[in-house]
Write a protein that binds this ligand. Structure first.
Ligand SMILES: Cc1ncc(COP(=O)(O)O)c(C=O)c1O
Length: 397
């Protein structure tokens, strides 16, 4: 089949066979991906400014990661459900994650995704505290499994669960009064992702931690978007020095392969081993290939790219000044460009698309543009993107 035909067939099959998540998918045909570029059917490179929603922190097709996956592929792939066999890549990764937290956490449970990590954290909290109230924030997004999406405030999405979920306003000290002795846990993103990359204030997180500690409530940080160097620290909580009881990872963790993780203490994890044995199982969680990929990705992030993030943030912030830009939210390369008007968002995204730059919007903020390129992006590439955004604002808004 020639390339044109193949592309036509793929597009037809895309509409015919895939269940879609919206009525207007982007339908961008990916022929290949390398570094910060995605190539369309005509081999035209598009700059990836989204990183697969905070996944491709090291861009695409890294040789270093590939080597690690291939090595593992030739040793073994799946051997047994999670937690039964001793598998080197898994142990090495768990050790790395704990050490990168300066041993603030003791153990790691691997999952396949962010939502699964969230579900485990909720289960741990309900069983550990024997309470049934969960506090989440308005405008939060924690995933799509039944439990994870019960943390979405929008009533039309919420499901009926055997626990009660109450909501507090992000960064609102007054709302912390809603946290009481019936509360099992509070789950929060230190930088609210889908709300437009809004960082928590230090005061809010510190007060929250103090209330949780005082009332023996588990504090859960969902770092599924914020960890792995995206903000210039390996974990975003390290900007605040507020350490949660449970830390959730996924997305960039697997270096492009599916992997999630829950980090916590021995005491809390005893809930699902000695107290309620076999109450949380997974078949593919911590798959060796994903772990091998994660080990390589973390080495690259820690040794090479994390230190480049603050300067890159500075460059973007210094360039993105315009009367139509209200402010740039976020930390590191997790930036939400907040515009004065919501109608401008789509125009900028379309204009930049014509400049072969892929930007995106947010689920829960219609005035902001998502700017989260791979951490490997170079300064001149960042400048090119900023210039295109400014041209868009000058020419079509
Ligand atoms: C902060 C946050 N938590 C949880 C999730 C869910 O992760 P997954 O899609 O891997 O289930 C997401 C996904 O976008 C997220 O951004």
């Amino acid at each position: 089949m020639n390339t044109d035909n193949k592309k036509r067939v793929s597009k037809r099959f895309f509409w015919r066979y895939l269940a879609h998540t919206s009525t207007k998918p982007l339908a961008f045909y990916v022929k290949k991906a390398k570094g910060i570029y995605l190539y369309n059917e005509e081999d035209q490179p598009f700059i990836d400014c989204i990183s697969g929603i905070a996944v491709s922190n090291l861009g695409h097709n890294s040789q270093f990661i590939k080597k690690s996956i291939i090595k593992q592929l030739s040793d073994y792939t799946h051997t047994m459900v999670y937690g039964e066999h001793i598998q080197d890549p898994q142990i090495l990764l768990a050790k790395k994650l704990v050490e990168l937290s300066d041993n603030k956490f003791e153990k790691v449970y691997f999952t396949n995704s962010g939502s699964e990590s969230v579900d485990l954290a909720l289960k741990l909290s309900l069983l550990y505290t024997r309470r049934n109230k969960i506090i989440a924030c308005y405008n939060s997004y924690h995933g799509s499994t039944l439990a994870a999406c019960s943390l979405k405030y929008t009533k039309k999405h919420r499901n009926f669960m055997s626990f009660e979920v109450d909501f507090i306003k992000f960064n609102c000290l007054n709302d912390l009064k809603k946290i009481d002795k019936n509360t099992a846990c509070v789950i929060i993103e230190p930088i609210q992702g889908e709300a437009g990359y809004i960082p928590a204030t230090l005061e809010f997180l510190s007060e929250l931690k103090e209330i949780c500690d005082r009332n023996k409530i588990l504090l859960i940080f969902d770092e599924i978007q914020t960890a792995l160097g995206r903000t210039g620290k390996f974990y975003a909580y390290q900007h605040y020095n507020v350490v949660p009881d449970i830390l959730l990872l996924a997305k960039a963790l697997g270096g492009g392969l599916p992997l999630g993780a829950v980090l916590s203490s021995k005491k809390i994890f005893a809930t699902i081993s000695s107290k309620y044995p076999l109450s949380h199982l997974t078949t593919f969680g911590g798959n060796p290939l994903s772990c091998a990929s994660a080990n390589a990705a973390i080495d690259l992030i820690v040794n090479k790219y994390i230190k480049t993030v603050p300067l890159k943030e500075k460059i973007v912030r210094s360039l993105l000044t315009h009367p139509l830009i209200k402010k740039v939210n976020g930390i590191g390369l997790m930036l939400g460009i907040e515009l004065q008007r919501s109608d401008v968002v789509e125009k900028v995204i379309k204009y930049c698309y014509n400049d072969k730059i892929l930007l995106d919007w947010f689920l829960l903020n219609n005035k902001s543009i998502r700017f989260a390129p791979p951490l490997i992006i170079k300064e001149d590439e960042l400048k090119k993107i900023c210039l295109s955004i400014l041209n868009a604002l000058n020419n079509c808004c």
